[in-house]
Design a protein around this ligand. Structure first.
Ligand SMILES: Cc1ncc(COP(=O)(O)O)c(C=O)c1O
Length: 371
């Protein structure tokens, strides 16, 4: 008889009775949108990340888009960002006619290399969109200094980094406007959703108006003082978010434990493991991404993992090499050698809050046999 192989998914949400209870409460209240649950979720998250203001939005992408509008990015403005990220961290300003300028990444952290950012600044540069890739804090202070020296806006895409800390303080508390995201593979989820955090009351009001069809605050339902969007989060989603933030510490601890277990299990294999925390950077574990010796080894291993029912994904392709970026901006190979090399060899392994030791051991065994 053929033995069943135990499949291991790439990711999955971590939800419980508390979330069910909170969602039911909202359903029974009849306030499904623009209700008090949104305010509570925003207050909780703002407090958690150490920012005075937070505005819930429908996704990480929409939050980033609104911060790009707030930064005044318009047609022809250059925006420096990381090629080694999810496409939304560049799309957010392309929506406004901004032109992506990809600066290469640091080989160890996989985040923007400040020297490459400095070298990419021109007279047309308007902003920097920095990313905390895989939950590892970017070089915030160096990037802030570059932005201030050249009069640029700095936006932090912290979509993967809720709970991370930079120089001992939570990401979100540094004074820079950030966006966190809550798709089901993230540290916490609202199904779809995001949160803009800011230290500017003016920007907070602007984001709240923009997400709500450009309505004034306070103001009438049919009054629109600017071109806005429907980028609102529902109260049902916010209820989920409250339950998740309430146990963020437990979630982060479980994820750190799972990451440490992979560290033990994979030590000795021919793989580069995620970089360690140091005094300045404390990661919030989002995904567990390893680097293979070369592209061919990765591809061979992906095929083995697939056969064994183990989820994996080639996190992350370089954005500038995506077909639409090549077509629109004429980008090609060789622009960002470090990012391109990493993209050709990196792979996300199954990683989620509820992953158990047995599943991780199986992943490690299959990897060992493939290598
Ligand atoms: C780095 C980064 N930026 C932006 C986003 C966009 O978030 P969302 O999928 O909620 O729009 C994501 C989410 O996958 C992300 O990982």
């Amino acid at each position: 008889m053929k033995q069943e192989v135990q499949s291991v998914p790439l990711s999955g949400p971590y939800l419980g009775e508390r979330e069910e209870e909170l969602v039911l409460e909202v359903m029974r209240s009849g306030r499904l949108s623009l209700g008090p649950t949104i305010d509570r979720f925003e207050e909780l998250l703002a407090e958690r990340v150490g920012a005075p203001y937070a505005a819930a939005v429908s996704s990480g992408t929409t939050g980033l888009h609104l911060l790009c509008i707030s930064a005044g990015i318009g047609p022809g403005d250059e925006v420096i960002t990381s090629p080694y990220s999810f496409a939304a961290s560049a799309n957010c300003f392309v929506y406004e006619g901004g032109v992506p300028v990809f600066a290469d990444i640091d080989r160890r952290t996989l985040n923007l290399d400040p020297a490459a950012v400095e070298a990419a600044v021109t007279e047309r540069t308007k902003a920097i969109v920095a990313v905390d890739i895989y939950g590892y804090p970017c070089e915030h202070d160096e990037l802030r200094a570059i932005a201030d020296r050249h009069g640029l806006a700095l936006i932090e895409d912290s979509c993967e980094a809720l709970g991370a800390a930079y120089r001992g303080a939570p990401i979100g508390s540094q004074g820079t406007s950030c966006v966190f995201a809550f798709y089901p593979n993230k540290q916490i989820t609202t199904g779809e959703g995001g949160m803009v955090t800011t230290h500017s009351e003016e920007e907070w009001h602007l984001v709240r108006s923009l997400r709500n069809q450009g309505r004034p605050e306070p103001g009438g339902w049919l009054e629109h003082i600017r071109l806005g969007f429907n980028y609102r989060l529902s109260d049902v989603a916010a209820a989920l978010g409250i339950g998740q933030v309430e146990r963020l510490d437990e979630i982060l601890a479980r994820r750190s434990e799972a990451a440490a277990r992979y560290g033990e299990l994979l030590r000795g294999l021919d793989l580069e493991l995620p970089c360690d925390d140091d005094g300045d950077h404390r990661r919030s574990w989002f995904v567990y991404v390893v680097l293979f010796r070369d592209h061919e080894t990765r591809e061979r291993t992906v095929a083995t993992l697939e056969r064994e029912g183990i989820g994996s994904n080639r996190y992350l392709p370089s954005i500038h090499l995506q077909p639409y970026m090549r077509d629109r901006f004429g980008f090609g190979e060789g622009m960002c050698p470090v990012a391109e090399d990493v993209s050709s060899r990196s792979l996300a392994l199954p990683f989620f809050t509820g992953i158990d030791a047995a599943a991780q051991e199986r992943v490690a065994d299959v990897l060992a046999s493939a290598l």
